[in-house]
Design a protein around this ligand. Structure first.
Ligand SMILES: [Zn+2]
Length: 261
């Protein structure tokens, strides 16, 4: 029982805040290492951020530092106006881009921005990635559009990116790279991997005569399935039903393919 004297709650709350921040910073460090090891970027390019649970703050990578040297203390904690709350490093130059997304999208908990090769090829050609691959439409919600060009580090880049990413979890940054978002850092990272693979697939399919896009109905169905199926370990009975739905969806897809060909 808590005594009537010296209420310990503020201290406990402070400890919780510090724990959450440290945990979030650690996750950002790990995502940076993974981004480097999976060739989604080279050198110090790209950046990663995540909302700190229970706070109106984000944790973001510092500017100009190698991902393989980062420790949690290098990750900067900012409020949603960009003011440093914790950390002694200079934050990524793309802070305005990250903040624009966090302000516009309450569903976004984490952002990963990469310069991976195939997505950058599409971004340089300013060609969108069509909604033609099942894993892409499930995790992104449809095609991946290209934003209107703006210089890195500018507020305009944030405005253009939010606009092009409406209703999607990824966007191509014209002549620059790509950006993926998610309900957590793991999902944002997976978005980037799936978009990179889809860019590669799109280029190969174009060499073989073109891409056959999925119908909007099938895209919506697969997206809903993905959203409902996430975290499926919690209720196995429900999962069985969803698997059944998925099989039915797959049957529907087969019928659709017949129509397309
Ligand atoms: Zn960049």
């Amino acid at each position: 029982m808590v005594g009537w004297h010296n209420d310990p709650q503020p201290k406990e709350k402070e400890k919780d805040i510090m724990d959450h921040r440290l945990e979030t910073r650690q996750k950002v460090v790990e995502a940076g290492m993974k981004m480097l090891s999976t060739n989604l970027t080279v050198g110090t390019w790209g950046n990663i951020s995540c909302r700190v649970p229970g706070e109106d703050n984000i944790a973001i990578t510092p500017t100009g530092m190698s991902y393989d040297t980062l420790v949690p203390e290098d990750i900067v904690v900012l409020d949603l106006r960009g003011k440093t709350i914790s950390g002694y490093r200079k934050a990524s130059i793309e802070v305005p881009l990250h903040l624009a997304i966090y302000h516009a999208r309450q569903d976004v908990q984490a952002i990963v921005h990469t310069h991976s090769a195939y997505t950058t090829a599409m971004a340089v050609a300013r060609r969108e990635i069509p909604g033609a691959v099942e894993d892409l439409v499930q995790i992104v919600g449809g095609n991946v559009r290209v934003n209107e060009y703006a210089l890195p580090g500018t507020e305009q880049l944030g405005i253009n990116t939010v606009k092009a990413m409406a209703g999607r979890n990824a966007v191509l940054l014209a002549n620059h790279g790509m950006l993926g978002v998610g309900r957590n850092l793991e999902e944002a990272f997976r978005v980037c991997q799936v978009v990179e693979k889809s860019a590669q697939v799109t280029l190969l399919a174009q060499l073989m005569g073109g891409v056959v896009e999925l119908s909007q109905e099938d895209i919506d169905g697969m997206r809903n399935f993905y959203l409902q199926g996430y975290g499926q370990d919690k209720d196995k009975d429900k999962d069985k039903d969803k698997d059944k739905d998925k099989d039915e969806d797959n049957d529907k897809d087969k019928d659709k393919d017949k129509d397309v060909s």
